[in-house]
Design a protein around this ligand. Structure first.
Ligand code: ADP
Ligand code: MG
Length: 256
């Protein structure tokens, strides 16, 4: 830790939850994260967009340390990411992650999926974990599915269970990596609506998505990545109406 400083600038802003400073990572010769500087404030919804292969997933995975980085620093709540052990398990609980592929435990019921981490990582009592799981399942609209197995649910329902499971850990931030990309079109909105509600409730969120309607309505900030770099950061209005870089203009012309 740096020594206590009398200058205001040296201290992290009080509302800063996640900070990446000059982060770099390679996969072999590929420089997948290049000098990434990004801060995410409490309650902020940051939508990350960009072409396939630009490093969006790697960025998310670095924030909950599913990937290590080679240089730079990543802090959550002012603390550097832990390297291993119990501290790392706690970090993973603090940083909820929802993937494209729902990643539920296939041999556990929906209810058990949402209870497991509470009991194992947060050391909750079983009855308290069950109460909370049922409340969360209700909140994401799948309360009646509690005793089923994941394979008996639709993709949209499974993804909402995955969101409930992450929320059960009381995360400080939720990372969504293309949460609707694997869904049939008619199920996309039911998942986006749950995410919209979370955003309205004040959850800090990083969302990688190609759903530009969601970006426009839910994001406080859009981060546009290309070739491992953050090329633009702007409000959704600014970004969609007046993209500054040629890369962003080119990207938007292809998807809008
Ligand atoms: P995005 O999510 O924006 O599509 P990714 O972060 O998944 O991009 O990947 C960025 C680049 O890194 C891609 O070229 C991808 O092929 C490569 N990559 C991702 N994971 C690995 C890995 N584990 N080993 C080698 N290359 C990888
Ligand atoms: Mg990806």
């Amino acid at each position: 830790m740096a020594e206590v400083s009398v200058t205001k600038d040296a201290a992290p802003a009080a509302d800063e939850l996640v900070a990446l400073r000059n982060v770099n990572k390679h996969f072999g010769a590929l420089h997948v994260l290049q000098d990434i500087d990004l801060t995410i404030d409490r309650g902020e919804v940051v939508v990350v967009i960009g072409p396939s292969g630009s490093g969006k997933s790697t960025l998310c995975r670095a924030i909950n340390r599913l990937e290590t980085v080679e240089s730079g620093t990543i802090t959550i709540d002012g603390k550097p990411l832990p390297q291993e052990g119990k501290e790392l398990a706690r970090l993973r609980a603090d940083v909820g992650m929802v993937f494209q592929s729902f990643n539920l435990f296939a041999h556990k019921t929906v209810l058990e999926n949402v209870m497991l981490g509470q009991v194992k990582v947060r050391k909750a009592e079983k009855s308290a974990a069950e109460d909370k799981a049922r409340k969360l399942l209700d909140r994401v609209g799948v309360g009646t599915q509690a005793d089923k197995y994941p394979a008996q649910l639709s993709g949209g329902q499974q993804q909402r269970v995955a969101i409930a499971r992450a929320l059960a850990m009381d995360p400080k931030i939720m990372l969504f990596d293309e949460p609707t990309s694997a869904l049939d079109p008619e199920m996309i909105n039911e998942v986006l609506e749950v995410m919209q509600q979370l955003a309205r409730d004040g959850m800090t969120m990083v969302v990688v998505t190609h759903e530009m309607g969601f970006a426009r309505s839910a994001a406080n900030r859009v981060v546009f990545m290309a070739d491992g770099r953050i090329v633009e950061e702007a409000t959704p209005d600014q970004f969609f109406s007046h993209p500054r870089s040629d890369r962003a203009k080119d990207f938007l012309s292809k998807i809008l």
